[in-house]
Design a protein around this ligand. Structure first.
Ligand SMILES: Nc1ncnc2c1ncn2[C@@H]1O[C@H](COP(=O)(O)OP(=O)(O)O)[C@@H](O)[C@H]1O
Ligand SMILES: [Mg+2]
Length: 306
């Protein structure tokens, strides 16, 4: 479906460097010992079960999680501190994290991304409006520009928040579950759009819990569960051993027409993942509440098969 070989670029230094990171919230460590480099030509999936710390890694990159150890650098400069120029990182939150009762139009959401460059001027400049207009056109949202965002479909909402991130002309896009809860066609549209942006030189790191439908199609997959378990091509990373460690469940892997396919067995998956994850975390001294995990895991499987 997507280009499996990253496009060639000159050897260069990483956009984002994460070194020995421990991060979480209010003293509770959610991820530990995370080291990752994200390059400008990367198109990578951060894959793991619910509660494995995927969102926390993204938040740490934008300086929105507490850091207890290690470093997060953007172009060699620590993120989130000091009065330096804002790093050009576009963040697309999970749709679930957005307050849909807030009355705001598509154009207003996209424009919000533009004010980042001029935080002292809370009104919009002409150049901001022009840039927002171009992004709206680029994403095919012209006809929806004056609509309230809560009236849109999931796929359209996803594009609006992608627009908000793109208007700041980011060098890297971080997307939290951009394919969760959308239909197959929309999921493919989102992935192709991201692939296109990647080929235009934007590094992409997105979280997902969809193994076959999403992760297996990207050039790079990073499996995690509180820590990084494997990082590489889908073929190298999506193995029974890595998946057992990531999900705490037996997940047979097969090949079909050169594509890696993972058998996701919902019943064992939900229970085993919870037990596996709880014991794994207990060993590290971090046991978290896991309300709703079975439900989320089951829906992950049905999305993939929908
Ligand atoms: N804002 C927060 N405050 C406190 N704990 C949080 C917060 N966000 C997430 N957590 C905890 O961190 C753990 C991992 O969360 P998260 O990074 O969101 O995982 P994932 O995105 O892989 O589902 C969860 O168990 C959750 O309880
Ligand atoms: Mg998350």
């Amino acid at each position: 479906m997507l280009h499996t070989n990253p496009h060639p670029t000159l050897i260069e230094s990483p956009l984002v460097e994460i070194r020995g990171l421990a991060a979480g919230y209010r003293g509770a460590r959610v991820v530990e010992d995370v080291s990752l480099d994200i390059m400008r030509n990367d198109f990578a999936a951060l894959l793991g079960p619910s509660g494995s710390g995927k969102t926390t890694v993204l938040r740490a990159i934008v300086g929105a999680a507490d850091v207890y150890a290690g470093d997060v650098l953007f172009r060699g400069v620590p993120v989130g501190r000091g009065g330096r120029a804002r790093p050009r990182i576009g963040y697309v939150p999970q749709l679930e994290a957005i307050d849909w009762n807030f009355p705001v139009t598509v154009e207003q959401v996209v424009l919000m991304g533009a004010t980042r460059s001029a935080p002292l001027f809370p009104w919009f400049r002409r150049s901001d409006r022009l840039r927002a207009g171009r992004v709206i056109e680029r994403l095919g949202l012209e006809k929806l520009a004056n609509r309230q965002i809560r009236e849109l479909s999931g796929g359209q909402q996803q594009r609006v928040f992608l627009g908000r991130a793109l208007v700041s002309e980011p060098e890297i896009l971080l997307l939290d579950e951009p394919t969760a809860g959308v239909d197959i066609k929309t999921r493919d549209d989102v992935l192709h759009l991201l692939d296109e942006l990647n080929h235009q030189g934007i590094g992409i790191l997105m979280t997902t819990h969809e193994i076959n439908a999403v992760a297996a199609h990207l050039p790079r997959v990073i499996c995690m569960n509180g820590r990084i378990i494997a990082d590489g091509t889908p073929r190298d990373v999506l193995t029974p051993d890595v998946l057992r460690e990531t999900y705490g469940a037996e997940m047979p892997v097969t090949e079909y027409r050169g594509m890696t396919l993972v058998a996701e067995t919902p019943h064992r998956f939900g229970a085993a993942a919870r037990n596996g994850s709880a014991s794994g975390r207990a060993a590290n001294g971090h046991v978290h509440g896991d309300n709703g995990h079975v439900h989320e895991d089951a829906s992950a499987v049905s999305h993939a098969d929908a």
